[in-house]
Write a protein that binds this ligand. Structure first.
Ligand code: F6P
Length: 556
């Protein structure tokens, strides 16, 4: 059967390509002077305000992007996702992370079965278990309360929970329930990460949560064996059942590893790893740290965006608007990167998480039907909280390459400081930058302005800012568990929208396999060389040379 035409072959795509010339003739300086345009490019939802007026786009661009959404059957694709259809075709799975945060009485089907009751069965089990651990009913092998948790996991089994934990760590509404407890994350197979994680912890008071969807990921399993040894060496092998629990879809392997399946928290193959923070992957460690009630608010926040994404018209739909604008920037204006710039230190792990959600989802070379694409997909995501980033990579963003930016600000700080005699609070100071940077990027500074300021002639070009650099600004009312859930879901769905438009499968990740299998070959060689002194064989000249050097130099 012939594959449907690629989106680049449709009229709306071609129309947008032509439209680029019109947009290139304009400058944000002029576009921003039209207050009606700017007003039309602001959307509010549930106390959040999205301002996308600093996009190199007009209302006409938006109309054309909606046409593109029509040509890509965006609405139908969103509905297929919510209907539990197997839209992850290369893995033959549905994509239902929305079910992880669905209200208890809602219905979301996968293969004709409502999965929401299964979700809530696990959530109830987490609530019960975390309350028992936190209250000291579930205790360690020597009778001590388990006050510290190390969550072992990598990629999607790490980055999302780390982001949420970091965001909650200074939220008084969460920390009031965390007193005396610690949550740490062991991800890297580097033994340094093990050393850092166990430093200062006592196995007697530590609970280890092994988090792995497959329970086969090499790094996670080695780290799990290493910490099992750490516990056994200190407390005896029988202590493992009290000090290690697991989160996985593969309960058979959990049991094989030596963890009682009763102490395992399930999730399902319709949850992609990078979309799993709302499953037991995130909910268990976060509930152990902050209590289930706080985490439930996070789930409710994410769910509110799911409903908005599913039902709001595209013109008002935050993830749809953001996704369409990303496609505009990447595929039409030719800007391949995106900076994620939260003006909140609490969101310092947001960009690393979205980096995986976005780049593992949308960095693809073929369409969902396997047809090589004549256009690039995905964007290069990176970011740091402001104002730190301003003193790092913003120079390039202002005068070097054009990188569309996401500015994320919060009205009420988690930790306000008001100093006597200071009218502008510390948070105001931070937010001054949140408001200034998008305008600096949009307007820039002209040579004429510099001449008027008597800037010496030889410095004029150095001090000129071309401007016309696009950004969006998202202002959140506050940063509690609920808002954090909303922010997460906005970005998750934005990535899906981009993938739906590009016509790719955003839910598989075959690109991570090759490196893994080559590492297995190297591991086998290391074993043979170390154990039996076998020479390095079967590798190209460069790898063989450096590998031999490594083996020789690390022999003693
Ligand atoms: O990096 C590839 C990947 O498969 C991610 O998609 C996933 O989140 C991560 O590895 C960890 O996988 P698992 O949860 O199965 O250990």
């Amino acid at each position: 059967m012939a594959s449907p035409p690629l989106i680049s072959e449709t009229e709306p795509w071609k129309d947008l390509r032509v439209h680029v010339d019109d947009i290139m003739k304009s400058h944000l300086r002029e576009l921003m002077s039209d207050a009606d345009r700017c007003q039309s490019m602001m959307v509010e939802f549930d106390g959040m305000l999205l301002d996308y007026s600093r996009q190199c786009a007009t209302l006409d661009t938006l109309k054309k992007l909606y046409n593109l959404a029509g040509a890509a059957h965006l609405k139908e694709k969103i509905n297929r996702m919510f209907n539990g259809e197997r839209i992850n075709t290369t893995e033959n799975r549905s994509v239902l992370h929305i079910a992880l945060r669905a209200p208890r009485d809602s219905v979301l089907n996968s293969d004709g079965k409502n999965v929401v009751p299964d979700v809530w069965q696990v959530l109830d089990k987490i609530k019960d278990f975390s309350e028992r651990v936190r209250s000291g009913v579930w205790i360690g092998a020597t009778g001590k309360v388990l006050k510290d948790v190390i969550a072992i996991g990598i990629g999607g089994s790490f980055l999302g929970p780390l982001f949420v934990h970091t965001a909650l760590q200074t939220d008084p509404e969460a920390t009031e329930f965390a007193s005396g407890r610690q949550l740490r994350f062991l991800a890297n197979v580097d033994p340094i990460d093990v050393a850092r994680n166990i430093a200062g912890l006592n196995p007697e008071t530590t609970l280890v949560v092994v988090v792995s969807k497959t329970f086969t990921t090499a790094e996670t399993m080695l780290n799990a064996r290493t910490l099992r040894e750490w516990i056994s060496a200190a407390l005896g092998p029988q202590a493992v059942s009290k000090h290690m629990v697991a989160v996985s879809t593969n309960l058979t392997l959990v049991e094989k590893f030596g963890i009682d399946p009763n102490n395992a928290f399930a999730f399902w193959d319709w949850v992609g790893g990078r979309y799993s923070v709302c499953s037991a992957v995130g909910v268990l460690p976060l509930s152990l740290q902050y209590g289930f009630d706080v985490v439930e608010k996070f789930l409710k926040g994410a769910s509110s965006i799911d409903q908005h994404f599913h039902s709001a018209p595209f013109e008002q739909n935050l993830p749809v608007l953001l996704g369409l604008l990303s496609v505009w920037n990447v595929s039409f204006l030719g800007y391949p990167a995106r900076a994620i710039l939260p003006y909140s230190q609490a969101l310092e792990k947001f960009a690393p998480h979205i980096q995986q959600v976005s780049m593992e989802s949308n960095g693809k070379g073929v369409s969902i039907d396997g047809v090589p694409l004549p256009y690039e997909t995905g964007e290069i995501d990176f970011g740091e909280p402001g104002t730190n980033g301003q003193h790092s990579f913003y120079q390039l963003i202002h005068q070097g390459r054009v990188i569309p930016c996401d500015f994320i600000g919060v009205v009420k700080s988690q930790q306000p400081v008001y100093m006597k005699g200071e009218v502008v609070s510390n948070h105001d100071e931070l937010m001054s930058n949140f408001f200034a940077q998008p305008d600096a990027l949009a307007y820039g500074k002209t040579p004429e302005q510099l001449l008027n300021e008597n800037v010496p002639h030889h410095l004029i070009t150095h001090k000129t800012f071309s401007g016309n650099r696009p950004s969006v600004s998202l202002l959140l009312p506050s940063l509690h568990a609920y808002n954090i859930g909303q922010l997460l879901a906005i970005y998750e769905h934005r990535v899906a929208v981009e993938g739906f438009i590009w016509g790719i499968n955003s839910f598989d990740q075959w690109g991570v396999e090759l490196g893994k299998s080559l590492a297995t070959r190297v591991r086998t060689q290391l074993h043979a060389s170390r154990k039996k002194g076998e020479p390095v064989e079967g590798f190209n000249f460069s790898t063989a040379t450096v590998l031999t050097r490594y083996l020789e130099a690390s022999a003693d």
